[in-house]
Design a protein around this ligand. Structure first.
Ligand SMILES: Cc1cc2nc3c(=O)[nH]c(=O)nc-3n(C[C@H](O)[C@H](O)[C@H](O)COP(=O)(O)OP(=O)(O)OC[C@H]3O[C@@H](n4cnc5c(N)ncnc54)[C@H](O)[C@@H]3O)c2cc1C
Length: 375
């Protein structure tokens, strides 16, 4: 079986690595100079050991930084954020692709330019050459060639507006909930600088309002000035999981394409975290192909993600605009239990299933009420 993986981000890298380790004949297409993916680069540690054959230890990373949450009223609370690693995406993606190649994947260092469904198989054209495959793993992002070739519109996009700033020393993770629809702001420390930005949903917040909120947030936290710091600025889609996800994945499967990561719209609709789901979906696609049963892939996505993502979507308004958003910081100041739940949620150890129950239990457990400590 000949397999092409289109795209060398978390989804494509993990698929190519697992396929090559499983003995499949796999070509990994990625642009010769992929550049830095607009991204905070925060990954929950617990997912990383699932990438057999990928040694992260040499990669520069910020590990479990001190974290501060802020709400719209200016309230602040420190939370313990154990179990998060923050990478520069170019380091992470390059190392993952190198691990795939070391395991036997063939690197095709060129952007795939055309996909066609010929009588002999799936034709991928890149750098003036056309190769034929039995299956394609589409891992080239929300608006990539794979979705376009399948005639699938981009759906469910949140947006990330921000930048990767270098030339500043920053060691704290700050998350702020400004009370503007379902947006949140961040400063993540990362090797050599910081990633800053605002995540929001197009149609619920204008770009101008998002830009203004980000500007005043950064002015407050980086009073020494940030506008002139070097590093790329961006506005980039984050395709979140929704009712559009599984129908697109099933439609692609009919044409012998497994959509993964952002190409499948798998990011968490509340946190907009997508690296974990890119990595996992790449692994699940590879497992289906190696087992000779790729048809099961959409069912695996449904079983693993659908219920949790639906809860994340439902919790979104409650979290940002409703009672949790309003009371989270004051409640967390008083309750060590609530602080722990928030830390676990943000470090991706607390699933949405059971979140409300655990928060309420923490809130009404008098033995956990503590004198607040300053962050
Ligand atoms: C501003 C912002 C901040 C974010 N912060 C976080 C965060 O902190 N943590 C988190 O978990 N998620 C975060 N996300 C989401 C996360 O970046 C994505 O969900 C994740 O990168 C998806 O991985 P992927 O492999 O599916 O796609 P991508 O990472 O987009 O990788 C796609 C790859 O395909 C390549 N490609 C594209 N077209 C072609 C082609 N024609 N041929 C060959 N290769 C091609 C690209 O060069 C790229 O390498 C953030 C997103 C944004 C926009």
């Amino acid at each position: 079986m000949r397999i092409a993986v289109i795209g060398g981000g978390p989804a494509g890298g993990s698929a190519a690595l697992a396929l090559a380790r499983g003995g499949a004949a796999v070509d990994l297409y990625l642009p010769a100079r992929p550049g830095e993916k607009p991204c905070g680069g925060a990954v929950p540690e617990h997912v990383l050991p699932r990438l057999a054959g990928f040694d992260l230890s040499p990669l520069p990373a910020v590990i479990s930084p001190a974290a501060v949450l802020e709400n719209a009223g200016g309230g602040r609370i420190g939370v313990d954020l154990q179990g998060i690693r923050i990478f520069r995406r170019r380091d992470f993606d390059r190392a993952l692709a190198e691990a795939a190649v070391a395991a036997g994947a063939v690197l095709r260092p060129a952007r795939a330019e055309r996909l066609e469904w010929g009588s002999g198989g799936l034709e991928v054209s890149a750098a003036g050459e056309t190769r034929i495959y039995d299956w394609i793993v589409g891992a080239d992002g929300a608006r990539g060639l794979t979705r376009r070739s399948l005639g699938l519109a981009s759906r469910g996009d949140s947006l990330g507006l921000g930048g990767s700033l270098s030339g500043l020393a920053w060691d704290r993770l700050v998350l702020a909930f400004p009370g503007l629809a379902d947006s949140y702001l961040w400063i993540f420390p990362r090797p050599g600088g910081a990633s800053v930005g605002i995540a929001y949903t197009a149609g619920r917040l204008t770009d101008a309002a998002a830009r203004a909120a980000l500007g005043s947030f950064l002015d407050r936290h980086l009073p020494g000035g940030w506008r002139d710091l070097p590093g790329p600025r961006y506005r980039y889609p984050i395709p979140v999981f929704g009712e559009w996800t599984l129908p697109s994945v099933r439609r692609a499967l009919v044409r012998r394409v497994l959509l993964t990561g952002d190409a499948a719209a798998l990011a968490d609709p509340l946190t907009r975290e997508g690296i974990r789901y890119g990595l996992l979906s790449g692994l699940w696609a590879a497992e289906g192909l190696l087992a000779g049963d790729p048809e099961r892939y959409p069912d695996v996505l449904a079983a693993e993600l659908a219920a949790e993502m639906e809860r994340a979507g439902n919790a979104r308004d409650l979290f940002f605009e409703g009672s949790i958003g309003q009371w989270m910081v004051p409640a967390a100041r008083l309750h060590s239990g609530v602080r722990r739940v928030l830390g676990d949620l943000l470090a991706c150890r607390q699933p949405y299933t059971g979140l409300r129950r655990r928060l309420l239990r923490s809130l009404f457990n008098p033995s956990r009420i503590r004198t607040p400590s300053a962050p």
